[in-house]
Design a protein around this ligand. Structure first.
Ligand code: C2E
Ligand code: CA
Ligand code: CA
Length: 427
Protein backbone atom coordinates (compact mmCIF):
# COMPACT_ATOMS: atom_id res chain seq x y z
CA UNK A 1 0.00 0.00 0.00
CA UNK A 2 1.39 3.37 -0.96
CA UNK A 3 1.10 6.47 1.14
CA UNK A 4 -1.85 8.51 -0.25
CA UNK A 5 -0.68 11.43 -2.37
CA UNK A 6 -1.28 15.01 -1.27
CA UNK A 7 -2.25 16.21 -4.73
CA UNK A 8 -5.82 16.84 -5.80
CA UNK A 9 -5.40 17.53 -9.49
CA UNK A 10 -8.25 15.34 -10.56
CA UNK A 11 -10.65 17.23 -8.32
CA UNK A 12 -9.94 20.60 -9.84
CA UNK A 13 -12.65 20.66 -12.54
CA UNK A 14 -15.28 20.70 -9.80
CA UNK A 15 -13.59 23.65 -8.13
CA UNK A 16 -13.22 25.45 -11.43
CA UNK A 17 -16.93 25.00 -12.07
CA UNK A 18 -17.68 26.28 -8.61
CA UNK A 19 -15.62 29.39 -9.07
CA UNK A 20 -16.88 30.79 -12.35
CA UNK A 21 -14.35 33.51 -11.62
CA UNK A 22 -16.35 36.48 -10.34
CA UNK A 23 -13.36 38.56 -11.35
CA UNK A 24 -11.36 37.73 -14.46
CA UNK A 25 -8.67 39.37 -16.63
CA UNK A 26 -9.32 40.22 -20.29
CA UNK A 27 -7.01 41.71 -22.91
CA UNK A 28 -8.29 44.05 -25.64
CA UNK A 29 -6.13 45.00 -28.61
CA UNK A 30 -5.93 48.69 -29.52
CA UNK A 31 -9.10 49.74 -31.33
CA UNK A 32 -11.25 46.88 -30.00
CA UNK A 33 -14.76 47.79 -28.90
CA UNK A 34 -15.33 46.62 -25.33
CA UNK A 35 -19.03 47.39 -25.42
CA UNK A 36 -21.51 49.28 -27.57
CA UNK A 37 -24.43 51.49 -26.66
CA UNK A 38 -27.57 49.40 -26.06
CA UNK A 39 -25.58 46.27 -25.20
CA UNK A 40 -26.84 44.43 -22.12
CA UNK A 41 -24.65 45.27 -19.14
CA UNK A 42 -23.23 42.04 -17.75
CA UNK A 43 -20.08 43.27 -16.07
CA UNK A 44 -18.07 46.26 -14.93
CA UNK A 45 -14.36 46.73 -15.59
CA UNK A 46 -11.25 48.08 -13.97
CA UNK A 47 -8.34 49.07 -16.20
CA UNK A 48 -5.18 47.29 -15.19
CA UNK A 49 -3.00 48.52 -18.08
CA UNK A 50 -3.76 50.71 -21.07
CA UNK A 51 -6.45 53.28 -21.88
CA UNK A 52 -10.13 53.15 -22.70
CA UNK A 53 -12.18 55.78 -24.46
CA UNK A 54 -15.75 56.24 -23.29
CA UNK A 55 -17.86 57.89 -25.98
CA UNK A 56 -21.42 58.66 -27.03
CA UNK A 57 -22.69 58.68 -30.59
CA UNK A 58 -25.48 61.07 -31.47
CA UNK A 59 -26.68 62.08 -34.91
CA UNK A 60 -23.75 60.17 -36.41
CA UNK A 61 -21.28 62.24 -34.40
CA UNK A 62 -18.98 60.49 -32.00
CA UNK A 63 -18.05 62.38 -28.95
CA UNK A 64 -15.46 61.34 -26.41
CA UNK A 65 -16.68 61.77 -22.85
CA UNK A 66 -13.66 60.44 -21.05
CA UNK A 67 -10.31 58.82 -21.58
CA UNK A 68 -9.76 56.40 -18.74
CA UNK A 69 -6.45 54.97 -17.58
CA UNK A 70 -5.02 52.41 -15.13
CA UNK A 71 -7.08 52.11 -11.94
CA UNK A 72 -10.22 53.60 -13.52
CA UNK A 73 -13.48 51.69 -13.28
CA UNK A 74 -16.10 51.80 -16.00
CA UNK A 75 -19.31 50.06 -17.05
CA UNK A 76 -20.62 49.87 -13.49
CA UNK A 77 -23.37 52.46 -13.83
CA UNK A 78 -25.68 50.43 -16.06
CA UNK A 79 -25.41 47.45 -13.73
CA UNK A 80 -26.36 49.60 -10.78
CA UNK A 81 -29.33 51.17 -12.57
CA UNK A 82 -30.28 47.97 -14.47
CA UNK A 83 -30.33 49.62 -17.92
CA UNK A 84 -28.51 48.83 -21.19
CA UNK A 85 -25.21 50.56 -21.99
CA UNK A 86 -25.53 54.21 -22.91
CA UNK A 87 -21.96 54.74 -24.04
CA UNK A 88 -19.40 52.87 -26.08
CA UNK A 89 -16.09 51.76 -24.62
CA UNK A 90 -13.07 51.24 -26.86
CA UNK A 91 -9.53 50.15 -26.04
CA UNK A 92 -7.19 52.93 -27.12
CA UNK A 93 -3.98 50.99 -26.56
CA UNK A 94 -3.35 47.32 -25.94
CA UNK A 95 -5.41 47.21 -22.75
CA UNK A 96 -5.83 44.76 -19.88
CA UNK A 97 -8.96 45.00 -17.78
CA UNK A 98 -10.24 43.08 -14.77
CA UNK A 99 -13.93 42.38 -15.12
CA UNK A 100 -16.30 42.09 -12.22
CA UNK A 101 -19.50 40.20 -12.93
CA UNK A 102 -22.94 41.69 -12.60
CA UNK A 103 -23.81 39.04 -10.02
CA UNK A 104 -20.78 39.89 -7.92
CA UNK A 105 -21.39 43.61 -8.09
CA UNK A 106 -25.06 43.33 -7.17
CA UNK A 107 -24.23 40.93 -4.38
CA UNK A 108 -21.93 43.61 -3.09
CA UNK A 109 -24.71 46.19 -3.31
CA UNK A 110 -27.00 43.92 -1.34
CA UNK A 111 -24.39 43.53 1.33
CA UNK A 112 -23.70 47.24 1.24
CA UNK A 113 -20.05 46.32 0.98
CA UNK A 114 -17.51 49.07 1.08
CA UNK A 115 -16.49 48.43 -2.54
CA UNK A 116 -20.06 49.19 -3.59
CA UNK A 117 -20.13 52.34 -1.59
CA UNK A 118 -16.88 53.41 -3.16
CA UNK A 119 -18.07 52.62 -6.66
CA UNK A 120 -21.31 54.45 -6.03
CA UNK A 121 -19.52 57.53 -4.78
CA UNK A 122 -17.15 57.36 -7.73
CA UNK A 123 -20.03 56.90 -10.18
CA UNK A 124 -22.00 59.77 -8.78
CA UNK A 125 -18.97 61.99 -8.84
CA UNK A 126 -18.16 61.07 -12.40
CA UNK A 127 -21.78 61.48 -13.54
CA UNK A 128 -21.88 64.88 -11.98
CA UNK A 129 -18.58 65.93 -13.47
CA UNK A 130 -19.64 64.67 -16.91
CA UNK A 131 -22.88 66.61 -16.67
CA UNK A 132 -21.11 69.73 -15.57
CA UNK A 133 -18.70 69.45 -18.43
CA UNK A 134 -19.68 70.89 -21.71
CA UNK A 135 -20.35 67.72 -23.68
CA UNK A 136 -19.27 69.31 -26.95
CA UNK A 137 -15.91 70.18 -25.61
CA UNK A 138 -13.81 67.07 -25.87
CA UNK A 139 -11.06 67.04 -23.35
CA UNK A 140 -8.42 64.62 -22.46
CA UNK A 141 -9.19 63.79 -18.89
CA UNK A 142 -5.53 63.49 -18.00
CA UNK A 143 -4.94 67.09 -19.07
CA UNK A 144 -7.92 68.48 -17.24
CA UNK A 145 -7.25 71.15 -14.68
CA UNK A 146 -9.49 70.52 -11.76
CA UNK A 147 -11.48 73.39 -10.32
CA UNK A 148 -12.31 71.55 -7.16
CA UNK A 149 -9.21 70.13 -5.53
CA UNK A 150 -11.07 68.54 -2.60
CA UNK A 151 -13.50 66.59 -4.77
CA UNK A 152 -10.71 65.50 -7.03
CA UNK A 153 -8.61 64.22 -4.12
CA UNK A 154 -11.65 62.43 -2.70
CA UNK A 155 -12.37 60.83 -6.07
CA UNK A 156 -8.75 59.75 -6.44
CA UNK A 157 -8.67 58.04 -3.06
CA UNK A 158 -12.04 56.37 -3.64
CA UNK A 159 -10.81 55.19 -7.02
CA UNK A 160 -7.59 53.81 -5.57
CA UNK A 161 -9.47 51.93 -2.82
CA UNK A 162 -11.92 50.42 -5.28
CA UNK A 163 -9.14 49.46 -7.67
CA UNK A 164 -7.17 47.83 -4.83
CA UNK A 165 -10.19 45.83 -3.77
CA UNK A 166 -10.84 44.61 -7.29
CA UNK A 167 -7.20 43.66 -7.62
CA UNK A 168 -7.35 41.69 -4.33
CA UNK A 169 -10.50 39.88 -5.44
CA UNK A 170 -8.90 38.97 -8.69
CA UNK A 171 -5.70 37.73 -6.99
CA UNK A 172 -7.74 35.69 -4.55
CA UNK A 173 -9.92 34.11 -7.26
CA UNK A 174 -6.83 33.29 -9.31
CA UNK A 175 -5.00 31.85 -6.30
CA UNK A 176 -7.98 29.58 -5.59
CA UNK A 177 -8.17 28.47 -9.20
CA UNK A 178 -4.44 27.73 -9.23
CA UNK A 179 -4.46 26.15 -5.77
CA UNK A 180 -1.79 28.47 -4.46
CA UNK A 181 -2.74 27.84 -0.85
CA UNK A 182 -1.36 25.56 1.75
CA UNK A 183 -2.43 24.23 5.12
CA UNK A 184 -0.26 24.47 8.21
CA UNK A 185 -0.95 22.14 11.11
CA UNK A 186 -0.80 23.09 14.78
CA UNK A 187 -0.78 20.27 17.35
CA UNK A 188 -3.53 20.07 19.95
CA UNK A 189 -1.99 18.37 22.96
CA UNK A 190 -3.55 16.14 25.60
CA UNK A 191 -2.39 17.63 28.90
CA UNK A 192 -2.81 14.32 30.71
CA UNK A 193 -0.09 12.49 28.79
CA UNK A 194 1.64 15.12 26.64
CA UNK A 195 0.66 13.36 23.42
CA UNK A 196 -0.64 15.04 20.29
CA UNK A 197 -4.37 14.36 20.23
CA UNK A 198 -4.94 16.14 16.94
CA UNK A 199 -4.09 19.14 14.79
CA UNK A 200 -5.82 22.27 13.67
CA UNK A 201 -5.49 22.88 9.93
CA UNK A 202 -4.73 26.57 9.30
CA UNK A 203 -4.79 28.18 5.91
CA UNK A 204 -1.70 29.86 4.43
CA UNK A 205 -1.19 31.77 1.18
CA UNK A 206 2.47 31.47 0.12
CA UNK A 207 3.69 34.29 -2.12
CA UNK A 208 6.18 34.14 -4.99
CA UNK A 209 8.65 36.24 -2.94
CA UNK A 210 8.80 33.54 -0.25
CA UNK A 211 6.59 35.34 2.28
CA UNK A 212 3.28 33.95 3.48
CA UNK A 213 0.01 35.78 3.82
CA UNK A 214 -1.93 34.75 6.94
CA UNK A 215 -5.68 34.20 6.84
CA UNK A 216 -6.55 37.34 8.80
CA UNK A 217 -5.45 39.27 5.72
CA UNK A 218 -7.71 37.54 3.21
CA UNK A 219 -10.41 35.42 4.90
CA UNK A 220 -12.66 38.49 5.43
CA UNK A 221 -12.50 39.24 1.68
CA UNK A 222 -13.00 35.55 0.82
CA UNK A 223 -16.08 35.57 3.03
CA UNK A 224 -17.45 38.79 1.59
CA UNK A 225 -17.06 37.57 -1.98
CA UNK A 226 -18.22 34.02 -1.11
CA UNK A 227 -14.94 32.73 -2.53
CA UNK A 228 -14.67 31.05 0.87
CA UNK A 229 -17.16 28.45 -0.40
CA UNK A 230 -14.92 26.93 -3.12
CA UNK A 231 -11.84 27.67 -0.98
CA UNK A 232 -13.50 25.82 1.92
CA UNK A 233 -14.06 22.79 -0.34
CA UNK A 234 -10.37 22.79 -1.21
CA UNK A 235 -9.41 23.10 2.49
CA UNK A 236 -11.67 20.19 3.41
CA UNK A 237 -10.33 17.96 0.63
CA UNK A 238 -6.79 18.75 1.60
CA UNK A 239 -7.41 18.15 5.32
CA UNK A 240 -9.18 14.85 4.62
CA UNK A 241 -6.11 13.70 2.70
CA UNK A 242 -3.96 14.71 5.65
CA UNK A 243 -6.10 12.55 7.96
CA UNK A 244 -5.68 9.61 5.58
CA UNK A 245 -1.92 10.01 5.72
CA UNK A 246 -1.93 10.30 9.51
CA UNK A 247 -4.02 7.12 9.78
CA UNK A 248 -1.81 5.35 7.29
CA UNK A 249 1.24 6.18 9.40
CA UNK A 250 -0.51 4.94 12.53
CA UNK A 251 -1.53 1.67 10.86
CA UNK A 252 2.00 1.19 9.52
CA UNK A 253 3.30 1.38 13.07
CA UNK A 254 0.71 -1.12 14.25
CA UNK A 255 -1.25 1.48 16.22
CA UNK A 256 -4.50 1.00 14.25
CA UNK A 257 -6.47 4.15 13.65
CA UNK A 258 -5.18 5.96 16.71
CA UNK A 259 -7.97 8.51 16.67
CA UNK A 260 -5.75 11.51 15.95
CA UNK A 261 -8.15 14.17 14.72
CA UNK A 262 -7.81 17.14 12.41
CA UNK A 263 -9.80 20.28 13.19
CA UNK A 264 -11.00 22.13 10.12
CA UNK A 265 -12.26 25.71 10.27
CA UNK A 266 -15.63 26.20 8.61
CA UNK A 267 -16.77 29.72 7.84
CA UNK A 268 -20.36 30.80 8.62
CA UNK A 269 -20.77 31.55 4.93
CA UNK A 270 -20.17 27.90 4.10
CA UNK A 271 -23.25 27.03 6.16
CA UNK A 272 -25.71 29.55 4.74
CA UNK A 273 -26.93 27.38 1.94
CA UNK A 274 -28.17 23.80 2.13
CA UNK A 275 -26.42 22.80 -1.10
CA UNK A 276 -23.06 23.97 0.23
CA UNK A 277 -23.63 22.08 3.49
CA UNK A 278 -24.61 18.99 1.51
CA UNK A 279 -21.41 19.23 -0.49
CA UNK A 280 -19.30 19.34 2.69
CA UNK A 281 -21.22 16.38 4.13
CA UNK A 282 -20.84 14.40 0.88
CA UNK A 283 -17.11 15.05 0.74
CA UNK A 284 -16.75 13.71 4.27
CA UNK A 285 -18.93 10.69 3.56
CA UNK A 286 -17.19 9.81 0.33
CA UNK A 287 -13.68 10.28 1.68
CA UNK A 288 -13.25 6.92 3.43
CA UNK A 289 -11.88 8.83 6.39
CA UNK A 290 -12.94 7.68 9.84
CA UNK A 291 -15.34 10.52 10.81
CA UNK A 292 -14.17 10.26 14.41
CA UNK A 293 -10.97 11.89 13.16
CA UNK A 294 -12.77 14.93 11.72
CA UNK A 295 -13.63 17.96 13.82
CA UNK A 296 -15.33 20.96 12.25
CA UNK A 297 -14.66 24.29 13.98
CA UNK A 298 -17.45 26.83 13.80
CA UNK A 299 -17.56 30.21 15.49
CA UNK A 300 -20.31 31.17 17.89
CA UNK A 301 -21.33 33.86 15.44
CA UNK A 302 -22.30 31.23 12.85
CA UNK A 303 -24.86 29.86 15.29
CA UNK A 304 -26.25 33.22 16.26
CA UNK A 305 -26.61 34.82 12.79
CA UNK A 306 -29.19 32.36 11.53
CA UNK A 307 -30.02 29.79 14.22
CA UNK A 308 -32.58 27.99 12.04
CA UNK A 309 -30.13 27.36 9.22
CA UNK A 310 -27.36 26.58 11.73
CA UNK A 311 -29.58 23.89 13.26
CA UNK A 312 -30.16 22.28 9.85
CA UNK A 313 -26.49 22.60 8.86
CA UNK A 314 -25.09 21.20 12.09
CA UNK A 315 -27.55 18.29 12.12
CA UNK A 316 -26.45 17.34 8.59
CA UNK A 317 -22.75 17.71 9.36
CA UNK A 318 -23.14 15.76 12.57
CA UNK A 319 -24.90 12.96 10.66
CA UNK A 320 -21.62 12.28 8.85
CA UNK A 321 -20.11 11.22 12.17
CA UNK A 322 -17.77 14.27 12.33
CA UNK A 323 -17.69 16.23 15.58
CA UNK A 324 -18.33 19.93 16.02
CA UNK A 325 -16.24 22.42 17.99
CA UNK A 326 -17.19 25.96 18.91
CA UNK A 327 -14.25 28.21 18.10
CA UNK A 328 -13.28 31.39 19.97
CA UNK A 329 -15.74 30.47 22.72
CA UNK A 330 -16.55 33.39 24.97
CA UNK A 331 -15.97 36.13 22.41
CA UNK A 332 -19.47 36.16 20.88
CA UNK A 333 -22.68 37.34 22.49
CA UNK A 334 -22.71 34.12 24.43
CA UNK A 335 -26.24 33.31 25.19
CA UNK A 336 -25.43 30.06 26.94
CA UNK A 337 -28.85 28.99 25.86
CA UNK A 338 -27.61 27.80 22.52
CA UNK A 339 -25.12 25.36 23.94
CA UNK A 340 -27.63 22.57 24.44
CA UNK A 341 -29.68 23.45 21.34
CA UNK A 342 -26.89 22.45 18.99
CA UNK A 343 -25.06 19.11 18.72
CA UNK A 344 -21.71 20.41 19.98
CA UNK A 345 -18.77 18.28 21.13
CA UNK A 346 -15.96 20.70 21.97
CA UNK A 347 -15.50 24.23 23.29
CA UNK A 348 -12.36 26.08 22.29
CA UNK A 349 -11.54 28.76 24.83
CA UNK A 350 -10.34 31.88 23.06
CA UNK A 351 -6.76 33.06 23.45
CA UNK A 352 -7.91 36.35 24.99
CA UNK A 353 -8.98 34.44 28.16
CA UNK A 354 -5.88 32.29 28.33
CA UNK A 355 -3.33 35.03 27.81
CA UNK A 356 -1.82 36.15 31.16
CA UNK A 357 -4.46 34.13 33.01
CA UNK A 358 -2.19 33.71 36.01
CA UNK A 359 -2.26 37.45 36.74
CA UNK A 360 -5.95 37.98 36.21
CA UNK A 361 -8.52 36.68 38.68
CA UNK A 362 -11.43 37.52 36.36
CA UNK A 363 -10.01 35.46 33.52
CA UNK A 364 -9.46 32.61 35.95
CA UNK A 365 -13.13 32.70 37.04
CA UNK A 366 -14.31 32.75 33.41
CA UNK A 367 -12.06 29.91 32.29
CA UNK A 368 -12.83 27.78 35.35
CA UNK A 369 -16.55 28.34 34.65
CA UNK A 370 -16.18 27.32 30.99
CA UNK A 371 -14.28 24.16 31.96
CA UNK A 372 -17.00 23.29 34.49
CA UNK A 373 -19.78 24.03 32.02
CA UNK A 374 -18.19 21.83 29.35
CA UNK A 375 -17.77 19.01 31.86
CA UNK A 376 -21.43 19.23 32.90
CA UNK A 377 -22.55 19.21 29.27
CA UNK A 378 -20.27 16.28 28.40
CA UNK A 379 -18.12 18.38 26.08
CA UNK A 380 -14.37 18.52 25.61
CA UNK A 381 -12.40 21.72 26.19
CA UNK A 382 -9.40 23.01 24.27
CA UNK A 383 -7.55 26.10 25.51
CA UNK A 384 -6.10 28.14 22.65
CA UNK A 385 -3.11 30.43 22.42
CA UNK A 386 -0.93 29.16 25.25
CA UNK A 387 2.35 30.99 25.13
CA UNK A 388 3.65 30.70 28.70
CA UNK A 389 4.53 27.77 30.94
CA UNK A 390 2.53 29.13 33.87
CA UNK A 391 -0.59 29.41 31.69
CA UNK A 392 -0.22 25.74 30.77
CA UNK A 393 0.32 24.81 34.41
CA UNK A 394 -2.78 26.73 35.52
CA UNK A 395 -4.90 24.99 32.88
CA UNK A 396 -3.61 21.54 33.84
CA UNK A 397 -4.31 22.27 37.50
CA UNK A 398 -7.87 23.23 36.56
CA UNK A 399 -8.62 20.07 34.61
CA UNK A 400 -8.43 21.52 31.14
CA UNK A 401 -7.72 18.43 29.04
CA UNK A 402 -6.46 19.86 25.74
CA UNK A 403 -4.18 22.73 24.83
CA UNK A 404 -2.89 24.50 21.74
CA UNK A 405 -0.44 27.37 21.46
CA UNK A 406 2.97 28.62 20.46
CA UNK A 407 4.45 27.27 23.72
CA UNK A 408 3.77 23.75 22.45
CA UNK A 409 4.23 24.39 18.75
CA UNK A 410 3.50 27.00 16.12
CA UNK A 411 1.52 25.82 13.09
CA UNK A 412 3.99 23.86 10.91
CA UNK A 413 3.97 22.36 7.38
CA UNK A 414 2.16 19.02 7.18
CA UNK A 415 5.31 16.93 6.73
CA UNK A 416 6.83 18.45 9.87
CA UNK A 417 3.63 17.96 11.84
CA UNK A 418 3.85 14.17 11.38
CA UNK A 419 6.87 14.09 13.70
CA UNK A 420 4.60 15.14 16.58
CA UNK A 421 2.74 11.84 16.29
CA UNK A 422 5.79 9.98 17.47
CA UNK A 423 6.91 12.23 20.29
CA UNK A 424 5.30 13.61 23.39
CA UNK A 425 5.49 17.00 24.99
CA UNK A 426 7.25 17.39 28.27
CA UNK A 427 5.83 19.79 30.81
P1 C2E B 1 -8.53 30.53 14.76
O1 C2E B 1 -9.39 29.49 14.16
O2 C2E B 1 -8.89 31.00 16.13
O3 C2E B 1 -7.07 29.93 14.73
C1 C2E B 1 -6.13 30.11 15.73
C2 C2E B 1 -5.17 31.21 15.36
O4 C2E B 1 -4.34 31.51 16.47
C3 C2E B 1 -4.22 30.81 14.23
O5 C2E B 1 -3.92 32.00 13.49
C4 C2E B 1 -2.99 30.35 15.00
O6 C2E B 1 -1.80 30.42 14.24
C5 C2E B 1 -2.98 31.36 16.12
N1 C2E B 1 -2.30 30.87 17.31
C6 C2E B 1 -2.19 29.60 17.75
N2 C2E B 1 -1.49 29.57 18.91
C7 C2E B 1 -1.15 30.85 19.20
C8 C2E B 1 -0.41 31.47 20.28
O7 C2E B 1 0.07 30.82 21.19
N3 C2E B 1 -0.28 32.81 20.22
C9 C2E B 1 -0.79 33.56 19.22
N4 C2E B 1 -0.60 34.87 19.25
N5 C2E B 1 -1.51 33.02 18.20
C10 C2E B 1 -1.68 31.67 18.19
P2 C2E B 1 -3.99 32.04 11.94
O8 C2E B 1 -3.47 30.76 11.36
O9 C2E B 1 -3.36 33.31 11.51
O10 C2E B 1 -5.53 32.06 11.65
C11 C2E B 1 -6.31 33.17 12.01
C12 C2E B 1 -7.77 32.90 11.80
O11 C2E B 1 -8.08 32.73 10.41
C13 C2E B 1 -8.24 31.61 12.45
O12 C2E B 1 -8.44 31.83 13.80
C14 C2E B 1 -9.52 31.35 11.67
O13 C2E B 1 -10.55 32.14 12.14
C15 C2E B 1 -9.13 31.81 10.29
N6 C2E B 1 -8.71 30.64 9.52
C16 C2E B 1 -7.51 30.02 9.48
N7 C2E B 1 -7.53 28.96 8.66
C17 C2E B 1 -8.79 28.90 8.17
C18 C2E B 1 -9.46 28.02 7.27
O14 C2E B 1 -8.91 27.03 6.77
N8 C2E B 1 -10.77 28.29 6.99
C19 C2E B 1 -11.43 29.34 7.55
N9 C2E B 1 -12.73 29.54 7.23
N10 C2E B 1 -10.84 30.17 8.41
C20 C2E B 1 -9.54 29.97 8.71
CA1 CA C 1 -10.11 27.60 14.70
CA1 CA D 1 -9.88 30.08 17.75
Amino acid sequence: MREPALDIDEKMPAIRLFLKSPTSAINFQAGTRIFNANDAADCAYMIDQGYVEIAVESYGQRETLELLGPGDIFGEMEILDGKPRITTATAVHDTNVLSISREQLLDDVNQSGSLTRQILVATLYRLRSVQEKNNHEVKNRLEQVSTNQDEDTQYQSVRTDAANQLRQRYDLAKAIENRQFDLAYQPIVNLLDGRTAGFEALLRWPQPDGTTVTPDQFIPLAEKTKLIVPLGVWILERALEAIQIINFRATQRGLGSNGTFVSINVSPRQLENELDVERIANLIEQSNVDPNCIKLEITEQALLDDPRMATIALARLKSTGASIAIDDFGTGYSSLNYLHRFPLDTLKIDRSFVSRIVDDKNRQYVVAAIIGLARDLGMQVVAEGIEEKDELQWLRDHACRYAQGYLLSKPVPFKESLAYLESSFDF
